[in-house]
Design a protein around this ligand. Structure first.
Ligand code: GDG
Length: 471
């Protein structure tokens, strides 16, 4: 079996199986920043990627695709129910997003999480060459760093956490809080989105495990009496900004943006929300504020339309089923009360769209509403900014999204404060062009300078420094 010097381990492989009409099909790279960011590193290092293909019960041999060695991990239907939908998405996800929805603690889910993490760790241990580097991604695989270190002490191990790490008072609810911290501390570098996330993690380690921390370093005692230093630091993720800039300049995409405006009846202002349909994204708060502005007659449906793309997500998890019902009831009520025959208050789309269409929507939108109640980073905010090469448009950004740390020139809002949210939406709608330009230029500078390539290279440099120190 071939081994690689660089291995990525993520819940999902970076490919989707696209079936054709003739009963066959083909693999296609799944669109996403992580794949793009790692592509050059993967090709150069002849890297391997360990992950699930996204379909239960499918047993596949490793295969090469576009220069990357893909190593599928099989998940049974029970694994999907307990490890993925259960522990990952109904325990960790709500707990780490400040219990916006109550987390459910079920022992059978935890047992499955342990078993599946062991399977991923074994696959990674087999795939990595002696002295190689392994980069583990995200909250589904928090136990992998420790398991991997036990199996392969020769490896340099990184872990990146894409979602928030909660304050200790919340984290300490987790019945398996010690095991998860120990799992993560198996890594040499543990990356977070925000400085505050890294701080919450270090505090949990001090309180639960009594390990000492100093600046970003955590002193992890080893069995032989020595001490290993694990680094817990912020590496804010970003997007492939150049691709968005390019797409925003394409004549076909610009024409499509004009067509979108036309099809909405050329309103004076278009507001846009783009989110996975998730309770963390604050879609209900956004709809409430917008509905009240129309009700109060501060806005008219003749002049302003809200386009809300809510892409389908985790549709078998109960909290998501209930959220969808609630949002769709709210949209229907607002539209029913206020639509005219020619104009709709809200254009709601429970669909996924190609990336070109997303950029056309960004270009068509005068105001982008990112009202997350808690979000690791929020890439949609950065995509909107990168797309606005015309230096027009206003970003309304929640202070609970990681992106606010870099995007201070956005209109900052606390989405729980509906009164403030309404006023901020009005301010965005009425903002003079000169102020739009000033703010957008500052935002674009940040996003273009700190793109996803810089994110991955700064993480890998930190990891490499630790690896070299240990050799
Ligand atoms: C997690 C963290 C963190 C959405 N709908 C469509 C579509 N999208 C794309 C967006 C964006 C991505 O999906 C969503 O990224 P976000 O960052 O906004 O949010 P999560 O999915 O919750 O991601 C988050 C991120 O990981 C990275 O670390 O920022 O905080 O929760 O790229 O454009 N893309 C297309 N059609 C859609 O309908 N093509």
């Amino acid at each position: 079996m071939t081994q690689s010097d660089f291995v990525v381990v993520a819940n999902r492989l970076p490919v989707d199986w696209v079936a054709d009409d003739a009963g066959g099909g083909a693999w296609r790279t799944s669109p996403g920043g992580l794949v793009t960011a790692l592509d050059p590193v993967m090709r150069q290092a002849k890297g391997a990627w360990v992950g699930w293909v996204g379909q239960p019960e499918l047993e596949l041999d490793p295969f090469d695709f576009e220069g990357v060695h893909l190593i599928p991990v099989r998940l049974s239907a029970d694994d999907v129910e307990n490890y993925y939908e259960g522990f990952s998405n109904d325990t960790i996800w709500p707990l780490y997003h400040d219990v916006i929805s109550p987390p459910r603690y079920r022992r059978v889910w935890w047992e499955s999480y342990v078993a599946v993490n062991e399977r991923f760790a074994q696959a990674a241990a087999a795939a990595a060459a002696p002295g190689g580097t392994v980069w583990v991604q995200d909250y589904q695989l928090q136990l992998v760093p420790k398991l991997l270190r036990e199996a392969r002490p020769d490896l340099t191990i990184g872990y990146f956490h894409h979602i928030p790490f909660p304050a200790y008072g919340l984290y300490s609810q987790l019945p398996w809080r010690r095991q998860v911290l120990e799992g993560l501390l198996g890594a040499d570098v543990i990356g977070f989105q925000r400085v505050a996330d890294a701080g919450n993690f270090a505090r949990a380690v001090r309180r639960q495990l009594r390990f000492e921390t100093k600046a970003s370093g955590i002193r992890v005692p080893q069995e032989d009496g020595s001490v290993r230093i694990a680094l817990a630091k912020a590496f804010p993720i970003s997007i492939d900004a150049a691709t968005y800039v390019e797409m925003a300049e394409r004549p076909d995409i610009r024409a499509r943006a004009a067509e979108i405006r036309e099809s909405l009846g050329n309103p004076k202002r278009i507001l846009l929300g783009v989110d996975r349909l998730d309770y963390t994204k604050g879609i209900r708060h956004r709809l409430k504020a917008f509905g009240e502005l129309i009700q109060d007659q501060r806005l008219s449906v003749e002049d302003v339309t809200l386009v809300q793309v809510a892409s389908p997500s985790r549709e078998r998890v109960q909290a998501y089923i209930e959220l969808r019902d609630e949002i769709e009831l709210t949209v229907t009520r607002i539209n029913g009360d206020h639509d005219t025959l020619g104009h709709s208050a809200i254009r709601y789309l429970h669909q996924g769209f190609p990336r070109e269409e997303m950029v056309a929507l960004y270009l068509a939108a005068d105001v982008m509403l990112v009202t997350a109640l808690r979000d690791g980073m929020n890439l949609v905010a950065k995509e909107y900014v990168a797309s606005r090469a015309d230096n027009r448009g206003v970003l309304v950004l929640s202070e609970f999204a990681g992106a606010i740390d870099e995007l201070g020139s956005a209109l900052r809002v606390n989405p729980h404060d509906i009164g403030a949210l309404k006023d901020t939406i009005m301010r965005a709608i009425e903002m003079p062009k000169a102020e739009q330009g000033r703010r957008m230029r500052a935002l674009r500078k940040k996003v273009i300078e700190n793109d996803v390539a810089r994110w991955s290279s700064s993480f890998l440099e930190a990891l490499d420094a630790v690896g070299r120190a240990g050799r």
